[in-house]
Design a protein around this ligand. Structure first.
Ligand SMILES: Cc1ncc(COP(=O)(O)O)c(C=O)c1O
Length: 423
């Protein structure tokens, strides 16, 4: 008797669980909103029919305005070039935010930028091997960009400083040196007062090197767990560490650092800077296009301004996995969102499906950069040649995978912006 009762309870529990799972997987599908419908028409009218990276110019400029308002003249703004890797895109952002400052992370892009945008003020965002720095100078033909005054090399450690001092001496040309600080990210950089003292000493003793400031990047702040005081505690610690480096440097050099470049922040933290901090300028790039990794409380007033659009190649009424075709109807009973299969042009990008709603990747089918399968419920009405839209998870790297950026404005594709070339 007890056994039968137990079996009954197990059966009822199991059935309940199955229904629960089904209820959890309710139909999330739908059709494009008016915005994505208009975007689809704009792409068709432009004759596009391949994976395309789109920037919505109005949303980009709205984000740039928000950033400009937050900085409120209290900090200079430095545009992070790797997150917006296209000359016309950078020029648009620079003119809209009234800045000439760029942060650059790659030697070929450094040569490109200094040739094409010779009025910029450039700070490296990571320390380059000295051979890459030497290569920059070999390839640097233009005379309009004066590297002696417009380019700050980022240096993380005394050993690299010695290499840079040798290069500067060989070339008999001044190199500006900005020191990378470890303000809590622990990605290298000057870690303590002793290292700072050694680094400053090397710079001061070398006539061809000149100290130009500090860079302290702080993306770890947003991730600090509540248990450890949350982002607020991490941000306040970053400020203490940064201020201490500045005070120590001023004491050692016997002069004020005012007028030097005290760079800080990044998209996740720039809105935490209120004017009370020691930094003189803030860097950000991603916030202006807002990929999904930047869906953060501190960027709630920024809008997604970039999408990947790609045509549907095939629309199949049933999503079948080779070898387990028979499970297709069971699977779509459990999860109505896995009923249909849409094969898209390309795929496997660092991106998440955005429109129409309810599209997802199949957990078993496998990824493809050629024709990726997306699944959706019967409420998704996609046909071959319709567009699917995704949001990149990050802009860096992803932006370089599609050729020219399609610029969308007021219902039409109005421009085509080339992205950075690697050589
Ligand atoms: C040194 C430095 N500063 C700032 C940033 C911020 O860039 P973004 O605003 O695009 O996140 C980065 C990003 O990697 C960085 O490495």
């Amino acid at each position: 008797m007890r056994r039968r009762q137990l079996l009954l309870a197990a059966a009822v529990g199991g059935a309940g669980m199955l229904w629960g799972l089904r209820a959890k997987n309710s139909d999330n599908g739908g059709v494009h909103s008016a915005y994505f419908q208009t975007l689809s028409t704009a792409l068709d009218n432009a004759g596009l029919a391949r994976p395309t990276l789109i920037i919505d110019k109005q949303k980009l400029l709205a984000n740039a305005n928000i950033l400009h308002q937050h900085l409120a003249g209290r900090y200079d703004y430095r545009v992070v070039a790797k997150s917006l890797p296209s000359l016309p895109l950078l020029e648009t952002v620079m003119s809209h935010t009234d800045t000439q400052r760029l942060m650059v992370f790659h030697q070929p892009f450094l040569n490109l930028i200094t040739n094409e945008l010779p009025n910029t003020d450039v700070l490296l965002g990571k320390p380059m091997p000295v051979a890459a720095a030497a290569r920059f100078y070999q390839q640097h033909k233009t005379t309009q960009f004066d590297a002696r005054h417009q380019l700050q090399w980022l240096v993380d450690a005394p050993a690299r400083l010695i290499q840079y001092a040798d290069l500067a001496r060989q070339r008999r040309e001044l190199m500006l040196i900005n020191l990378e600080l470890d303000v809590g990210l622990h990605r290298g950089g000057i870690k303590d007062e002793e290292q700072l003292a050694v680094a400053l000493d090397i710079i001061e003793r070398e006539p061809f090197l000149q100290f130009s400031g500090f860079m302290g990047y702080d993306p770890h702040v947003s991730k600090n767990p509540r248990l450890l005081g949350g982002p607020e505690a991490a941000f306040s610690s970053v400020q203490k560490v940064y201020q201490n480096f500045v005070t120590t440097a001023e004491r050692q050099l016997q002069r004020s650092l005012s007028g030097l470049t005290l760079n800080a922040a990044g998209s996740p933290t720039y809105q935490r800077y209120t004017g009370a901090q020691v930094a003189t300028e803030l860097s950000a790039g991603s916030a202006l296009v807002k990929p999904t990794d930047f869906d953060l409380d501190t960027l709630a007033d920024h809008e997604p301004a970039t999408f990947i659009a790609t045509p549907v190649l095939k629309s199949l009424p049933v999503a079948e996995v080779p070898g387990i075709e028979k499970l297709a109807s069971l699977q779509s009973w459990f999860n109505p969102n896995s009923r249909q299969a849409f094969f898209i042009y390309g795929g496997y990008w660092k991106a998440k499906p955005e429109s129409p709603p309810g599209l997802s990747l199949h957990p078993l089918y496998g990824r493809s950069a050629n024709q990726e399968m997306l699944n959706g419920s019967s409420s998704v009405k996609l046909q071959p040649d319709d567009w699917v839209f995704m949001r990149p998870t990050q802009s860096e790297g992803v932006f370089l995978q599609f050729g020219d950026i399609a610029v969308y404005e007021d219902g039409a594709i109005v421009d085509s912006w080339p992205v950075f070339a690697q050589s």
